[in-house]
Design a protein around this ligand. Structure first.
Ligand SMILES: [Zn+2]
Length: 362
């Protein structure tokens, strides 16, 4: 069975992983032991994503000597357009995230927003599809309105009174490699190949851009705190960015929690998920455990094909491991799950309550 040989080859590598960058029972013995392991995992993850190489290319120091995200000057922006929508104003911006690299984004400002008060600001990451248009429910093409199936969580949040930043990542929306590329598709494979051949990773570039948006937010008079949210590929960006950027106070990730072991060979996932060396060193639960003790909401449908070979059991295994990390901090309640009877689609039934409870300004 030649196909079995290959499966055994990769599964054997994961089965033989050491605990060097994995949370073990010993690490769960005390807060002190756990913090030490989390620092080691975070440092390794930053290295695997090549964030230091990206920072060097940008001419910036992204992390301080203790491995924490450093404060960087706000990137420059240009506001291109302001459109009045139902209950909010939609601005179209261009932000220079590193010298010569420009990221388009929508900024949604709710009616009655007071620039002189402190607010919780939402960073809304898109999944695979039309990019930021999908996040905010701006659907010039009705086909993508159907595909999106109500996952315009950016719009949901602005209508709940939050200011929302919704960017286009590398290869999506207005940032396609070819100007005349098909609307709604993405260039992850092209860009991932190019990034890795140049010593970067595409997921690292995504995380970099999100961190630069937070640099911008923090320099604004209305900034109180920042939360992040995303579904599917947006869930991926949310977990990795929140794990590596402790400035995010709490987050939602939908349609993404699983374990690499059950998903590596069996899920049809995009190349932006595959970071060289990542699966050999850690599990997704180890990455997500870095978010603890900050509050986190994970949402998965029981029938989501991206749950991995074991289905929802694969997701629950990840959640159980993450829950043990929260328990060490005495913060089991900060881990919230919404596993529901559905497929790969946004549900959102716990999202507003979760953020209103956990993103409160002191
Ligand atoms: Zn992708």
């Amino acid at each position: 069975m030649l196909n079995q040989e290959m499966r055994d080859f990769f599964e054997g590598i994961l089965a033989r992983r050491s605990n060097e960058y994995r949370v073990s029972d010993e690490d769960l013995a005390s807060v002190e032991a756990l913090c030490g392991k989390q620092t080691a995992i975070r440092t390794r993850l930053k290295d695997l994503l090549k964030l230091d190489a990206i920072a060097a290319e940008a001419g910036m120091e992204r992390y301080d000597s203790e491995g924490h995200v450093a404060k960087l000057p706000a990137p420059t922006i240009v506001v291109n357009e302001r459109i009045n929508c139902d209950g909010y104003v939609r601005e179209h911006w261009m932000m220079e995230v590193m010298p010569g690299i420009h990221m388009p984004l929508y900024v949604l400002v709710p009616d009655g927003f007071n620039n002189n008060k402190k607010h919780t600001v939402v960073l809304a990451a898109h999944g695979h599809g039309p990019g930021k248009d999908g996040t905010i429910g701006n659907m010039p093409n009705p086909i993508f309105g159907q595909i999106n199936r109500g996952s315009s969580y950016g719009e949901q949040m602005v209508k709940a009174g939050y200011m929302v930043y919704a960017p286009d990542m590398w290869g999506f929306g207005e940032r396609r490699v070819l100007d005349r590329s098909q609307y709604g598709a993405s260039d992850c494979t092209k860009l991932s190949d190019a990034a890795e051949a140049c010593g970067f990773t595409l997921l690292g570039l995504f995380v970099w851009d999100h961190m630069r948006i937070i640099d911008y937010m923090m320099a604004q008079p209305y900034f109180g705190n920042v939360v992040m949210m995303g579904f599917s590929g947006g869930g991926e960006q949310t977990i990795f960015t929140t794990a590596l950027d402790e400035r995010i106070v709490c987050a939602y990730a939908g349609g993404y929690l699983h374990q690499f072991k059950g998903g590596m060979l069996y899920n049809h996932m995009c190349s932006c998920n595959f970071v060289p060396g990542l699966f050999r060193d850690m599990e997704l639960s180890d990455v997500a455990g870095l978010i603890a003790p900050r509050p986190m909401l994970y949402e998965n449908g029981f029938q989501d094909g991206l749950n991995g070979e074991g289905g929802i059991c694969n997701v629950e295994e990840a959640a159980d491991r993450i829950r043990k990390v929260y328990a060490v901090y005495g913060k089991e309640d900060a881990l919230v799950t919404n596993f529901w009877d559905g497929g790969h689609q946004y549900n959102g039934s716990k999202t507003l309550d979760f953020f209103s409870t956990n993103a409160q300004l002191g």
